[in-house]
Design a protein around this ligand. Structure first.
Ligand SMILES: [Cu+2]
Length: 161
């Protein structure tokens, strides 16, 4: 009976090890862009469309950038003609097959305390953190205006060649 003990403990561990293996984050990142800033210490805002192409809900829990002191997930709220920004507390859930658009006037990544200016044409790397601590890197094009929406985002638009 003694000889069985090591085998049993390995079997008992197997499901735990399986659960610990990192699951890929099944997310598509589209139209990622950030506003330029003129000097170090300033804040930028980052925008993108996050589409969950997995079968489980995906929760965005935070973001960071090597170029910024802090990155917060914000939402702009308009109340009585005054707009203000609020941090999104417990994370942003993207349902399976669904998408969330970060866009001016709505949800955005507040990129705070940039270590250097951001010029149009450059790229800003953002590391997005999802549930389970899983991370995905996004490359945001630094530009003054939003990129044109990709055709895939508006499947109902007329198809032209
Ligand atoms: Cu903000």
């Amino acid at each position: 009976m003694r000889r069985l003990a090591p085998l049993l403990s390995v079997l008992a561990l197997a499901p735990v090890l399986g659960a610990a293996a990192p699951r890929a984050v099944e997310v598509d990142i589209r139209q990622a862009w950030a506003r330029p800033v003129a000097g170090a210490g300033m804040n930028s805002a980052g925008y993108m469309v996050l589409a969950n192409r997995g079968r489980a809900p995906l929760t965005l829990t935070g973001a960071s950038s090597p170029l910024a002191r802090e990155v917060m997930v914000h939402r702009t709220i308009e109340k009585d003609g005054v707009s203000s920004m609020r941090a999104m507390g417990q994370g942003l859930i993207i349902p399976p097959g669904g998408q969330v658009a970060f866009a001016p006037g709505g949800a955005h990544f507040m990129v705070m305390g940039l270590k250097r200016p951001l010029k149009p044409g450059e790229r800003l790397a953002l590391t997005l953190t999802f549930d389970g601590g899983r991370k995905v890197e996004a490359q945001l094009a630094v530009r003054t205006t939003p990129p044109q929406p990709a055709a895939a985002v508006a499947p109902t638009a007329p198809h032209r060649h």
